[in-house]
Design a protein around this ligand. Structure first.
Ligand SMILES: [Zn+2]
Length: 360
């Protein structure tokens, strides 16, 4: 039985919509919009985008986004197409529930404060709010057409705290349309880097409003970022969080409080966030200590992965089929779907994999 066939129902909690755009959609969109783009074929663009050789670091991976985001930002059809195709790709890989994350501002061509849009070449009428509207429409249609459940997480951007309040407001407004949580992305939370108050404030209000919280922390930055995420941002899940194992007391606390870690195996290697020797990957500690974690792809466009290939990678690292299924159940229990929907997802998982994993 192939790896894909062994896991006919997958769940993904950490994937960036802008990191999961199809390469062909970027090439096509550049042609349609007459945007000068040095990579004319899918193969050329793929070769340029995919992180293929060391040294690996997070900054190099994030750099790649500057290549293609200007092609799609501010284009209504492209934004819709990307989000709709994302749903189709979920179905292709048997990902039946997922929470895709993105920054509304990075796709916009009209900023609410009148500033220059971060990626769009020309200004127009696509505000961050309209971006969320377009993507919710596409996720609703795609979920219906392909029989999957695709929710949204809206990201604050580490270096742009001035956007965070708007992100919070959009989370509130679009909650009935499947926006389930707020995140902070584009860099790791690092207590030594200033300008955090606006982020912290947005997350504290999110907790008050009942909006779920996940935070990128402890990836390439220190374990202290995880503590900050928990104490000040009221994070319920941690994006990556590998460095938590460097702080024994914090690690114990996360276990005790059943904090969920969104582990992205291939990404962790290609951002240089874990030791080169995969026997020392924190994932082994997580498994041995029964930490609550899931397996995720993060950014397939630059990593050339899918959920099956990440499952395959962890199985090569020594996890067995039962371990992987247990992580799918962890994902279901820690997802941000409303309680009724979560119950239904767990019931579907039990049907596919059996009752025993409910206890794991
Ligand atoms: Zn991420």
């Amino acid at each position: 039985m192939s790896i894909a066939e062994q896991f006919p129902y997958k769940i993904e909690l950490h994937v960036h919509l802008d990191g999961a755009i199809r390469t062909e959609t970027i090439v096509e969109t550049a042609k349609r919009r007459n945007i000068h783009f040095p990579w004319e074929t899918i193969e050329e663009l793929k070769t340029h985008l995919v992180m293929s050789a060391p040294p690996y670091h997070l900054g190099a991976l994030l750099e790649k986004f500057h290549t293609f985001m200007p092609v799609v930002a501010g284009d209504r059809d492209a934004i819709h197409q990307i989000a709709y195709e994302f749903c189709e790709d979920c179905k292709k890989h048997d990902v039946f529930y997922t929470e895709a994350r993105y920054s509304p501002q990075l796709f916009a061509n009209k900023m609410s404060d009148g500033s220059k849009p971060p990626y769009a070449h020309t200004e127009g009428d696509i505000t961050p709010r309209e971006v969320v509207n377009i993507i919710c429409n596409a996720f609703e249609k795609g979920s219906q057409d392909f029989g999957v459940k695709v929710k949204s997480i809206l990201c604050c951007v580490e270096h742009a705290p001035e956007w965070s309040n708007e992100v919070l407001e959009l989370c509130k407004e679009f909650k009935p349309r499947g926006v389930v949580a707020i995140d902070i992305a584009c860099g790791d939370l690092d207590p030594d880097v200033p300008h955090k108050e606006l982020h912290t404030r947005a997350f504290q209000l999110a907790a008050q409003y009942g909006i779920h919280r996940t935070v990128h922390a402890g990836e390439s930055g220190p374990a202290a970022g995880v503590r900050l995420a928990l104490d000040e941002m009221h994070a319920e899940r941690i994006g990556h969080g590998y460095k938590v194992v460097d702080d024994a007391e914090l690690y114990e606390r996360c276990r005790r409080e059943n904090i969920h870690f969104e582990v992205c195996p291939l990404s962790s290697v290609k951002t240089g966030s874990v030791p080169d020797d995969l026997d020392k990957h924190p994932l082994h500690r997580f498994i041995n200590d029964e930490v609550n974690f899931s397996i995720n792809t993060d950014d397939p466009i630059v990593l050339d992965n899918d959920l099956t290939s990440d499952y395959e990678m962890v199985m090569k690292m020594g996890l067995d089929k039962e371990h992987v299924i247990a992580t799918i159940f962890h994902a279901a229990r820690s997802c941000f779907a409303p309680p009724e929907e979560k119950k239904q997802i767990l019931a579907e998982l039990v049907k596919v994999y059996g009752e025993k994993y409910m206890k794991m």
